[in-house]
Design a protein around this ligand. Sequence first.
Ligand code: 5IU
Length: 258
Amino acid sequence: PRKMISYSERARLCSHPVTRKLLTLMEEKRTNLTVSVDLTTAAEIISMVDKVGPYVCMIKTHVDIIEDFSQDFISKLTDLAVKHNFIIFEDRKFADIGHTVMQQYSGGMYRIADWANITNAHSLPGSGVIQGLKQIGLPKGRGCLLIAEMSSSGNLCSGDYTKETVKIAEGNRDFVIGFVCQSAISDDPEFLHITPGVQLSSGQDQMGQNYVTPREVILNHKSDIIIVGRGIIKAEDPVIAAKAYMEAGYSAYMERMS
Ligand code: 5IU
């Protein structure tokens, strides 16, 4: 199990600039909440991000679901990241050979590497996927999360797959800053553990998504950061919901520290 050291102490141990910045602002803003803003127009996303920005350490995007993606959207999003002090995580889940993901990460219409502080990748293709992403991301100071476990029922990311994923991360510490996972899978304080599938009451959606509570994720599964989508963005009042998740996540962290 992971050592009980604070986010800010870990920030000092970390060499990657994105991890340092993220852990530092988490302690400053007293939040381990990432909101997954899975909305489909630029205006809706920008409005939601401006509302929940004060309560998050990170905003997670899926830019390929936006109907009217533009560079103007990106400049508004990056302005909000400065205004509210959060990290931008594009949940692209790269999963191809190195040569292909290099092009997908740097080019196309989204140019993800130009604005996303963090992106993520499946370990399925082997370390080549990281070699490719790294060529683009390292010079820009970006970080990558490897998907070691998933929240959906019947997913295949378990056992040896998860263990091999940790090994790929350990071999690429200059670029891989942690994992998307369901519980802590490494003792290394430099690796972040980030967990989706979170709502205030546990349960499932209609398509196999499984939910656990913020307290369960942070206190029992020893993860560092909760990712919440519909629990906040579909709430009657997203600001009230964001505050509730922030409070639940951070108080679980304080409890784990004590
Ligand atoms: N997401 C998961 N589970 C995973 C991974 C990513 O739910 O294992 I890797 C994404 C999908 C969605 C968000 O963008 O996290 C969760 O949204 P809801 O809180 O609305 O279920």
